[in-house]
Design a protein around this ligand. Structure first.
Ligand code: HGY
Ligand code: MN
Ligand code: MN
Length: 410
């Protein structure tokens, strides 16, 4: 039934480009950090588009947005699709946004074709997926899945001390529905792959079967501020030199545990950050990932041992706080099957794939049957303003989303 329905790829592309006008980056990408005024504007644009096609809007107390197109059987839990609208500081136009607007395009297509579904369909926006302004990432989908306590999440602060709770209230997206109470029957998330595999294999669709595990840490190394000119090299307790040593080890341990281990240090603060004072304190982030929980645990062990050894070598004190431990996840077999058969029926070259990036789907899958649909992005590049994807691939992924949602909702 409805085999002949296809989405409007031009309208999807135009919506993505319109959203990119809000919080534009300096080099043509997007810079729409979670819960900023730009994020509010993007949310308002999305909500307005959903209202245009008669959706009802529900917002929970983590700011997650559920735009619903009613179905025949209101007793059934809705079949949802969605992602995030917040971006990295130098983000692209597609990471997250594609999944939100592909979900909207499905609702728009069914609306104009006046197709009635069994279960309701929903387009969903999850708050603070990126974890750039407020760590950890995927925090609102994590509260929804019962993985984070709501009070903890509301209290997470940015570098200026502003909290998620305050910012949700300030931008008018602190909804009244308790996060987690809005029930979903299934969730699909369309997303660019953000890696090189689909492009290398010349496949248009990735049928995502799960996501790798990740652990986030905050590290502090404390040495001693002292004069750059009059302090002899011997006996310095230089926190930045110690950090450089440890960061080299963080990279080395990923190479030692090739081929799947990845490690990244992305954030750093140097104190007092004065060119003629030896840095007495350095704070930095560590991001370790692996698809295998045991190897991820080994990465953790090696990282902690390296930290202790480096601190000893450089005469600095150390503190490692693990702020997030996200084990690898497997998605739901029925949702995977719906995506895989939709891609096959539509004649798109496709393959199964495990996600290297984290996604809200990797949280929600703990409580709702979930899968994802990947499309290629140029060179696998993402978290970069040059991120780009082909309109035909975005349209293909959206057609798979439409077909899979109809199959799950009938
Ligand atoms: O960190 C991630 O993988 C995601 O892009 N937030
Ligand atoms: Mn994303
Ligand atoms: Mn991202």
């Amino acid at each position: 039934m409805h085999e002949d329905i296809r989405v409007n790829g031009d309208r999807l592309w135009d919506s993505i480009m319109a959203m990119a006008e809000i919080g534009p980056g300096q080099q043509g990408g997007s810079s729409r950090l979670a819960l900023t005024d730009a994020d509010r504007a993007g949310r308002d644009l999305f909500v307005g588009w959903c209202r245009e096609i008669g959706c009802s809007i529900e917002i929970d107390d983590m700011g997650n947005i559920f735009a619903q197109r009613a179905g025949r059987d209101s007793a059934r839990a809705p079949v949802a699709a969605g992602s995030h609208l917040d971006t990295q500081p130098h983000g692209g136009r597609f990471d997250g946004i594609y999944g939100v607007l592909a979900a909207l395009e499905v609702l728009r297509t069914l609306h104009e074709r006046q197709v009635e579904t069994g279960a309701a369909l929903e387009a969903v926006v999850w708050t603070n997926e990126e974890g750039s302004r407020f760590a950890p990432a995927m925090i609102a989908s994590g509260v929804y899945a019962g993985l984070f306590d709501k009070e903890y999440a509301w209290a997470r602060a940015d570098s200026e001390g502003r909290t998620i709770g305050e910012e949700l209230r300030r931008i008018g997206y602190l909804g009244d529905v308790p996060c987690g109470e809005h029930s979903l029957g299934a969730l699909l998330e369309a997303h660019i792959e953000q890696g090189p595999i689909l492009e290398a294999e010349h496949n248009q669709i990735g049928v995502v079967i799960g996501g790798q595990g990740q652990r986030w840490y905050d590290v502090v190394l404390r040495g001693q501020d002292s004069h750059a000119g009059s302090t002899p090299m011997r006996g310095r307790r230089d926190a930045l030199v110690a950090a450089a040593d440890l960061i080299g080890r963080v990279q080395a341990l990923a190479h030692e545990l090739a081929p799947h281990a990845v490690s990244t240090v992305g954030e750093m603060t140097v104190l007092p950050n004065s060119r003629n004072t030896i840095p007495g304190e350095v704070r930095f982030s560590v991001d370790l990932r692996n698809p295998d929980a045991n190897v991820l645990a080994e990465m953790d062990t090696r990282f902690r041992a390296d930290t202790e050894a480096v601190a000893e070598r450089h005469g600095v004190a150390w503190q490692v706080d693990q702020i997030w431990d996200k084990p690898p996840v497997q998605f739901d077999s029925a949702c995977i099957a719906a995506v895989e058969s939709a891609a096959g029926d539509l004649g798109y070259r496709h393959q199964q794939i495990v996600s290297g990036a984290g996604h809200d789907a990797c949280q929600v899958c703990e409580v709702v049957p979930t899968s994802m649909i990947f499309v290629p992005c140029a060179g696998g590049l993402s978290h970069n303003e040059a991120e780009s994807a082909e309109p035909a691939d975005l349209e293909a992924g959206c057609n798979v989303l439409l077909r899979a949602m109809l199959a799950l909702a009938q």
